[in-house]
Design a protein around this ligand. Sequence first.
Ligand code: F0G
Length: 354
Amino acid sequence: MNQWPGLLKQYKSFLPVTDKTPELTLFEGNTPLIPFARLSEKLGVELYGKFEGLNPTGSFKDRGMVMAVAKAIENGSRSVICASTGNTSASAAAYAAKAGIRAIIVIPSGKIALGKLAQAVMYGAEIVEIDGNFDQALKIVRKVSETSPVTLVNSVNPYRLEGQKTAAFEICEQLGSAPDVLAIPVGNAGNISAYWKGFKEFNEKFETGLPEMHGFEAEGAAAIVRDRVIENPETVATAIRIGNPASWKLAVNARDESGGVIDSVSDPEILDAFRLLARNEGTFAEPGSCASIAGVIKQVKTGQIKKGSKVVAVLTGNGLKDPQTAMSQVEVRPAVLPATEEAVTDYLSNVIHV
Ligand code: F0G
């Protein structure tokens, strides 16, 4: 077979892969860096989207999960556990299924986008819903994994960040160097930390340069921006509905070392970016992902991102994950007509202007 080999093979020399690490892959990684010409023109920057929604389970989590599950197996584990706002659980369930081990997922009841839940069900995970939020779920699984023979695969597992840093490698390879600004959504703060590690490692080896890291939390869950734990985080972007990020310190470090900023964006700003991206660029990314685009729009206005800069926005998950939020954005309902050629032709003659 002549195809992309998956992350563990492609970036073996940068990863904790040994002779004993199983050759696990769903052919994750190698996602496109899409030039956003129309948004670039509107904003006056050179904007690209790293579309992580095109990974095998539809989010960036696959990069970290392939590494974490492979290492769990290498170390003799037969089951993995995680708390999740949806994407981590979908990814853990898929890699556990591929590897033939158990996945136990603990999720906040009623706050998981429909597509993510469908994935966990189909991949055969054991699903526990709690009447609480992600932060409470994470606390519970951390405790359980200390006392039971299950491996924790949330991003507090360092192998997760090792796998996720490979997206920074790909951006440097695709652009030929690091961008001026890396815009990224922030939830539990693992991914911004992983990207920074990746940019530093690649720069050390290939002198690809370092970006300013611009992280974006949802306004109702902006713990790092406010510098305090948010007890009851709320946002339409359920993926990043997190009030006590586990990698808080690492994210602040990435911000400060890179001369960047962690900022917040409101739900209306996120939803505007969600529609704008789909309609102007044909790219359907889930609401949480669009915090990065919303953040770029906000900071171009405030001057925190300079005109003419080369900006990469990370689009962390696929829009198909959350059909309900997408449908709530529909302003014009589809026309319902009788199944006759005449009715449809009549209707279209009024909407098609040649
Ligand atoms: N975007 C999406 C689509 C996510 O699912 C997440 C996190 C983030 C951004 C934030 O990344 O946590 O590394 O800062 N989702 C986790 C989950 C929490 O359980 O799926 P982060």
